[in-house]
Design a protein around this ligand. Structure first.
Ligand code: UD1
Length: 390
């Protein structure tokens, strides 16, 4: 293996793109540059879920698109594995780099580890301790088969050590997701511009002193009709106090239609938008009075932006956003949600600080560490080869 062998970098679904973009930039800027092949599994394929984010984040076009599309977890994971294997075989990578916790992350890591190719996991060690979440299974398994693990907060290292990962495999580098916030914030689209594009600005921005942003897509929140109905009811109550901009994930849009719940959406106070591009979403969040979400990424981005965040889940794999940031776990409890919104509107919202190493330079730290690590592995391999030949 030489350093001329590429690092195969994998992206599959929306939350992967903002994590990988700064890493690719840093690898290209490293001296010497690290050779890279970018694989998009195609887990997310809609323009709004993929191409638009590639544009906003200035991601290069993928070298390979596996076009797996949607399916059950088993089908999607298996399809990624079957289609990824020939790419690995054809390019003898120095390692593969995966980010986050989506099905594509685990699928590609599994293919590589079984071929003896080192796996590098970025955003390792996060744990919700809730094994009903598909992402939790993906995180635990990916970390167990990774050779180099980069963490975003110190609690992640504790989780990994408890699971038997050697400390020497782990490096705390900070949060690449926040690198993208730094990258995008000067060009983020103003909320007014985004809302004007949907003729929604007068309803939301001119009607009051503020607005809230909502995203929901976790199966636990949107796949059960009773749960989704109850949540939409709470949001309608929130909207009576503060107009809401709701960027709808395809899963959520589909379920609202399928369960006949569109009637719960209060058109005068709740604006439904399609999934937003990265720069639109950043602008909407930056200008919001509060963000209500079940997304992992938004919990971190709001902490970096200093915007109050109410997380509609019972747990979080990103505890630092609660301990130090602006995040508050409110679950699905109507009273807790309404009272938290009331506090924020009364100026008693949670204030936070930006966590350690969420400074816009995590990608550079990863590129530097990865280069040194690959170099060291190469030296060890060369020495072993020389010894065997002697
Ligand atoms: C996936 C990730 C989740 C991440 C989320 C961000 C897993 C297990 N889940 O969930 O961790 O937070 O992405 O969005 O990997 N669909 C489209 N167009 C698309 C993609 C999906 O219409 O481009 C629809 C399809 O009906 C599909 C459904 O959304 O069945 C769910 O997509 P899927 O990739 O299975 O999971 P997500 O809910 O997006």
């Amino acid at each position: 293996m030489s350093l001329l062998n590429p690092v195969i970098c994998v992206v599959g679904a929306r939350p992967n793109f903002m994590k990988m973009a700064p890493i690719l930039r840093a690898m290209a800027a490293h001296v010497p540059p690290l050779p890279v092949l970018l694989v998009h599994t195609g887990q997310h394929y809609d323009k709004d879920m993929s191409a638009r984010l590639f544009d906003d984040l200035k991601l290069p076009a993928p070298d390979f698109n596996l076009d797996v599309g949607s399916g059950t977890h088993a089908v999607q994971t298996a399809d990624v594995m079957r289609r990824f294997e020939p790419v690995v075989d054809a390019h003898s990578p120095a390692c593969i780099a995966v980010v986050g916790d989506v099905n594509s992350t685990l699928a590609c890591a599994l293919v590589a580890v079984k071929k003896g190719i080192p796996v590098v996991h970025i955003e390792a060690g996060l744990r919700s301790h809730d094994r009903t979440m598909p992402e939790e299974i993906n995180r635990i398994l990916t970390d167990q088969i990774s050779d180099r693990l980069y963490t975003t907060e110190r609690s992640a290292q504790d989780n990994l050590l408890l699971e038997g990962v050697p400390a020497s495999h782990i490096s705390f580098v900070g949060n690449v997701m926040i690198d993208s916030v730094f990258f995008g914030r000067t060009s983020a689209r103003r909320a007014q511009t985004t809302l004007q594009a949907y003729q929604a600005d007068t309803r939301v921005l001119n009607a009051s002193a503020g607005y809230g942003v909502v995203t929901l897509h976790r199966p636990a929140n949107v796949d059960d009709p009773d749960v989704l109905r109850a949540l939409l009811g709470v949001l309608r109550d929130v909207a009576a106090r503060l107009p809401l901009v709701f960027a709808l994930h395809p899963r959520t849009r589909h379920n609202i239609d399928r369960f006949g719940l569109m009637g719960l959406v209060e058109p005068a106070r709740m604006v439904l938008l399609p999934p937003q591009g990265y720069l639109d979403m950043l602008g909407l969040m930056a200008g919001a009075t509060v963000v209500l979400t079940d997304s992992g990424g938004l919990q971190e981005e709001t902490t970096a932006l200093g915007v109050p965040c109410l997380t509609l889940r019972e747990n979080t794999e990103r505890p630092i956003t609660v301990e130090q940031g602006t995040n508050l776990l409110v679950g699905r409890d109507r009273v807790a949600i309404l009272s938290a919104v009331q506090d924020i509107l009364a100026g008693r919202g949670k204030r936070g600080r930006v966590p350690e190493l969420w400074d816009g330079h995590a990608g550079e730290r990863i590129a530097a560490d990865l280069y040194a690590w690959l170099k060291q592995r190469q030296t060890s391999t060369d020495k072993a080869t020389t010894l065997l030949a002697a």
